[in-house]
Design a protein around this ligand. Structure first.
Ligand SMILES: [Mg+2]
Length: 254
């Protein structure tokens, strides 16, 4: 463990499981806050806004969530806002994602029917009310992706039929990690990504060039973690956030 300046915390399996805060998670964030280190809560959920996630974190007693949550849907909307300022976006997803796109200063179009003006981008999020008509409409363009198995399946259908590659924003793509570092104003060398999944968290962290730590309170067993290779192999493995906190404190005091 080095002395990191910023920590990107995956939520499910790292900070909480269901309505239960995991051991050491709250104490870790309190220590980081008290010592001037930066923390960002990362959610790969493409449907929820940072405020939705922040409400849950506040309810669970996690320190000061407001303003330091990044979700995949929000990151995708922000990315589109940067690339097409004031542009037109067809959201192949739920209304909550449309709201995030509008909050990024973009115009949402084509919800009920396609008019003459072609959007600048299609943003794909998980949409359980997806219809053939809406899928057909989206096929008139390239696209962005939120993530989630359901989202990936929709994006892959569009890729297959259009021969245009989707740009993925959520983990395991690095875009959400890069957006998180921009929000905190930190470099990859200063950043530790903490997650519970090899295929999403650790792979995404490596793609973004940050150091990764795996905690064993979620998706991954100790045996699976020890057997991981290549981009799936975390630099550090801890039983839980309590152990990670002890290591971080030891590194901080040299
Ligand atoms: Mg997780």
């Amino acid at each position: 463990m080095r002395d990191f300046r910023a920590f990107l915390l995956d939520l499910d399996g790292v900070v909480y499981r269901g309505e239960q805060v995991l051991p050491g998670a709250r104490e870790f964030v309190e220590w980081a806050d008290a010592t001037g280190r930066r923390v960002l809560y990362l959610s790969n959920n493409s449907l929820q806004s940072p405020d939705d996630v922040g409400e849950k974190l506040a309810r669970l007693g996690m320190p000061r969530p407001q303003g330091r949550v990044l979700t995949a849907g929000w990151a995708a909307a922000q990315l589109l806002g940067q690339r097409f300022p004031g542009g037109r976006v067809f959201v192949l997803g739920v209304l909550a994602v449309e709201r995030m796109v509008e909050q990024a200063g973009l115009h949402t179009v084509w919800r009920d029917a396609a008019d003459a003006d072609v959007p600048d981008a299609v943003l794909v999020g998980l949409d359980r009310s997806l219809t053939y008509e809406r899928l057909k409409r989206a096929l008139r363009l390239p696209m962005e992706d939120g993530f989630d198995p359901g989202t990936g399946a929709i994006a892959t259908a569009l890729e297959y039929a259009s021969d245009v590659r989707a740009e993925i924003v959520g983990k395991p793509a690095p875009a959400i990690i890069q957006q998180a570092m921009r929000m905190l104003g930190v470099s990859p060398a200063e950043t530790l990504l903490i997650g519970d999944g090899l295929d999403l968290d650790i792979v995404a962290g490596h793609a973004a060039g940050v150091t990764t730590a795996l905690v064993l309170t979620g998706l991954t067993s100790a045996e699976q973690a020890a057997a991981a290779e290549g981009a799936r192999k975390p630099e550090m493995i801890f039983p839980d956030m309590r152990a990670l906190l002890a290591a971080a404190q030891a590194a901080a005091t040299g």
